[in-house]
Design a protein around this ligand. Structure first.
Ligand SMILES: *Cc1c(COP(=O)(O)O)cnc(C)c1O
Length: 367
């Protein structure tokens, strides 16, 4: 089976974990601090704060940006539910807004129409590993005094006109979940240049205690801390990140070259000026292909090729969000994309031969 994702763990990660276990310092400690320093340097931000998940980083980011009960936060329905749930955890309203079909990211023009007096922030997702239309969204957000939280959970290492993922917002959240481009099993990071956001996020991670005044509770907080065991893995993975990204980009180029002339298959074309790091390599299977997306996925599975559908149903069609009054037809681009998208294996451990097997299978099944 050619799997859709395969975390790479080498001897260095194993040794790093063993050495933390032997040190006796298992919870958040010096390794976490070292990881935060390295991550901030990599992104080029003043601060990086480590968490035990990407979801926790998004939640802390919203808290740090001052999002509270009754505020409106705009995001897209074409994302993982963890983008939107933290909005609800803050008792704010999740205002959904459709995407552009060329990059699957939030459509700045539509965002403009969603902004009201109550809008406090936009969570823009770098879906599949490509940064959203930052310049357009920033112009709109600044004009309306709305802040941006970048959901960079899929885009570590991506750039947009020389700007790194992690710097395309007032704060940005990353995930180190097992299948992400780099991983610590579970984990997350918030990056920001804003001193106040960083202080608040650190406090939020630690039951509302500031790091300077222990057992002094300033506000509601959580236990969102990263362990040094996870940080030790993440530190080693950071040293592999650029090579992983280059391999993903090279694999994507091979797939696109092989698939671009297959009728009915739309291959992903990065927008001008973006470095897309292909957390997912996602094609669209349109009517002209002659088989539906689900038929192609089943065919590939029979041929031992794993695929993924991210995401089979946009958020607004799930009971959890439909309850807020959303219904079929509200976000036609997201709805169409969830019928057409299919992600193919692109991770760094795929061989050239496996890429050719994938291309051959999709080509020969076309009608
Ligand atoms: C993975 C992911 C998250 C959440 O990260 P966890 O570490 O699993 O909590 C949030 N948003 C997007 C777009 C993701 O892909």
């Amino acid at each position: 089976m050619i799997s859709i994702s395969k975390p790479y763990i080498g001897n260095e990660e194993v040794d790093a974990v063993v050495s933390v276990l032997r040190s006796g310092m298992l919870a958040q400690g010096p390794k976490t601090k070292e990881f935060e320093k390295m991550f901030a340097e990599y992104c080029g931000t003043k601060y990086a704060i480590a968490f035990n998940s990407g979801t926790a980083a998004i939640h802390a980011g919203l808290y740090g940006l001052g999002i509270t009960a009754g505020d409106e936060v705009i995001t897209t329905p074409f994302t993982f539910v963890a983008t939107a749930n933290p909005i609800l955890m803050q008792r704010a309203h999740a205002v959904l807004c459709d995407i552009k079909e060329d990059d699957f990211c939030i459509d700045p023009e539509r965002v403009q129409r969603c902004i009201t007096k109550s809008t406090k922030a936009i969570i823009a997702v770098d879906l599949y590993g490509q940064i959203f239309r930052y310049d357009e969204l920033r112009r709109i957000a600044d004009h309306r005094h709305v802040r941006i939280l970048e959901d960079a959970c899929q885009s570590v290492g991506a750039t947009y006109h020389g700007r790194n993922a992690g710097t395309c917002g007032d704060a940005a959240a990353f995930s180190l979940y097992a299948t992400k481009n780099i991983s610590s099993g579970e984990g997350g990071v918030l990056t920001t240049d804003d001193h106040e956001v960083a202080e608040l996020a650190r406090r939020f991670r630690h039951h509302g205690q500031s790091e300077h005044t222990r057992y002094e509770y300033w506000d509601l907080g959580y236990n969102y801390r990263m362990t040094d065991i996870a940080a030790a893995i993440a530190l080693v993975q950071m040293s592999r990140l650029d090579r992983f990204s280059e391999q993903r980009i090279a694999n994507a180029a091979v797939l696109s070259e092989g698939l671009k002339s297959v009728r009915g298959i739309v291959v992903p074309v990065p927008r001008e000026g973006t470095k897309h790091v292909f957390h997912q390599y996602t094609i669209r299977v349109t009517e002209e292909y002659g088989h539906t997306r689900d038929e192609l996925a089943a065919y590939l599975k029979e041929h031992m090729i794993g695929t993924g559908i991210y995401y089979p149903k946009p958020l607004h069609l799930h009971p959890h969000f439909a309850r807020m009054g959303y219904k079929l037809g509200d976000f036609p681009v997201s709805e169409q994309m969830s019928r057409e998208v299919l992600s193919l294996p692109v991770h760094p451990q795929i061989t050239g031969q496996e890429l050719q097997t994938i291309i051959a299978a999709i080509t020969s099944y076309a009608r």
